[in-house]
Write a protein that binds this ligand. Sequence first.
Ligand SMILES: O=C(O)c1ccccc1N[C@@H]1O[C@H](COP(=O)(O)O)[C@@H](O)[C@H]1O
Length: 200
Amino acid sequence: MTKVKICGLTRECETEYMNRWHPDFCGFIFAGNSRRYVSRERAAVLKALLSPEIRTVGVFVNARPEAAAACAGEGIIDLIQLHGQEDEGYLKALRELTDCPVIQAFSVKEAEDIRRAEESSADYILLDHGAGGTGKCFNWKLLSGLKRPYFLAGGLTPANVERAVRLYRPYAVDISSGVETDGVKDPIKIETCIRRIKDV
Ligand SMILES: O=C(O)c1ccccc1N[C@@H]1O[C@H](COP(=O)(O)O)[C@@H](O)[C@H]1O
């Protein structure tokens, strides 16, 4: 069954929604220019409120490997998501600092981007429209023929997530903007998305 990641938690009440609807993963955004940014201290507070079986993902954009590894070392996150221009050299440096599993995000514009993602040495790959948190889909037709399991991200909403899962059977779907109303996580949209994914 396709797994679910709800990304960009910032508020205590959102941890209650997560504990009620149980996505497999929840994400904290550590990129300073995101409106969903949380500090490491704030993420630790939110993590403590989550059911222990929900795995937490720290989203980093071109951060120092030491910063991502330290966050994992403190137990705030269970996985590291790299959502910038991090390359194989970065992955190697990170692996020397931590054995925390890594999700590497790729911006998909053309078939070549999918091929690059397939070659990544990261534990997981994630395919997104662009810089992250944009609420925009990429051309899903580019997914056909992809041989590696992947997180599908970018512009997923209660209206399109069921179709995405039915057609492409990703390892996981990753949703942020699509479960918000006026920039705030919306419990009805979260419930609807998770129900629709689990019903496929
Ligand atoms: O959500 C953000 O603000 C964000 C900022 C910087 C990097 C990644 C970010 N989020 C990631 O973006 C995708 C999908 O977002 P959306 O559903 O299209 O809004 C997801 O992988 C988030 O982890």
